[in-house]
Each structure stands twice: as C-alpha cells, then as structure tokens.
Design a protein around this ligand. Structure first.
Ligand SMILES: [Zn+2]
Length: 200
C-alpha cells in the first residue's frame, strides 16, 4: 500500500491504543518505517539522471531489508527506546509493522500483472519463505483508494475530537496550526448549515 495509507492507518490505531502524544507518534512511525528500504529509488533516479551506471537498489532491497521479522524487531526496539510506556509501544510497534506487511502483501502490485511484490519474512538473510499473492491489488486499485479516503475522513474526525492530528507525528507546531484551521472550517460549515436551516 502507499505510504500515505500506512501513515493514516497506523495513526488511527495509535490514537486508540496509546496514552501519550509521544507514544502515539512512535507507534505511527512504526507503520511507515518499513518503507525506508524503498529509499534506494532515489539512488536509482540519481544514477539515471546523472548518466551514471544504472543501479537497481529499489528492485533489490525494497520489501527485502525491512519488510520481515528483522525489520519489525529493529523498528520496534529502536522506537521503544524513546517511549514512555515501553512495553505498550514495543508490542504495538510489532503489531503495526506486521499490519504494514499484510497490507503490502494484499496491495502493492506495480502496473503489470507480473509486477508482484512478495514479502520475504526472513529477509535480508534468506529469500525463503517468500509470501506472494497472485491476486495482489495494484498500488492504486480502487479498493485501496476507498480505504485511503475512508482513513483520511476518519483521521480528520479524530483530529477534531482529540485536538491533535497525524501531522503531529512530524511537527507539533504545524499540527497546532492545522488543528486550528480544521476547527475554523468545522465552525464555518456548521454555521452555514444552521443559517441554511433557518432560511428554509
Ligand atoms: Zn511497505
């Protein structure tokens, strides 16, 4: 699935399962950090862009370095070091990384039907077992778009009620501005609806 879907999904889980903003941020990060192994794409694009010998970092390492047991353990342990409730964050981070793997297993196919992305659970040590589903959805398939839109709406509703949002995973100040804008929009919409109701 796309990093945005992973981000929104893991934030929704984190909001409902953690007790402090810091732990919420950490569990949310656990849901997107496995995709760090896709950063080789930047190297591939640069080597092509600068006319250097083409590299295949993305093809070789994405879904191989951090999309397995080792990746989940490394991410969970690293995030737990910064947690307030350490056991809670450790268990949730392991859970959220595995949800990430499951979601990728279901929907991370490229444009062609053969462009399937398996999960190598023992990567980067062994390519066996290789978990692959031939019916894997395209990354931009409509069911995944629906899931992303639903998560987006859910996260907006949670942000208004909890007074913090997924933006706070990266920057608390920007999040405060974002929340004030959201609340203003909500008040404006409610005001317009009540005025419209009186006119009827
Ligand atoms: Zn992934």
């Amino acid at each position: 699935m796309s990093p945005l879907t992973h981000l929104l999904g893991s934030w929704v889980i984190a909001v409902h399962t953690t007790k402090t903003p810091r732990d919420c941020r950490l569990v949310t990060l656990a849901g997107i950090l496995p995709d760090l192994d896709g950063l080789g794409l930047i190297g591939d694009l640069c080597s092509r862009g600068f006319g250097l010998r083409p590299t295949q970092f993305y093809a070789h390492y994405h879904h191989y370095l951090l999309h397995g047991a080792l990746g989940a353990a490394l991410i969970a342990i690293a995030l737990t070091l910064f947690a307030e409730s350490r056991w809670r964050v450790l268990i949730l981070a392991l859970l959220v990384t595995h949800i990430h793997f499951l979601c990728d297993f279901l929907g991370s196919r490229g444009p062609s039907p053969e462009d399937l992305w398996p999960i190598f659970y023992l990567g980067p040590f062994d390519k066996d077992p290789m978990w692959i589903w031939k019916g894997q959805w395209r990354l931009d398939a409509w069911p995944l778009r629906v899931v992303t839109v639903a998560l987006f709406c859910w996260s907006l509703q949670l942000a208004i009620s909890r007074k913090f949002s997924v933006v706070g995973t990266f920057n608390a100040r920007v999040d405060a501005v974002f929340i004030s804008v959201l609340q203003k929009w909500r008040e404006d919409i409610l005001c317009s609806i009540s005025r419209w109701g009186k006119l009827k």
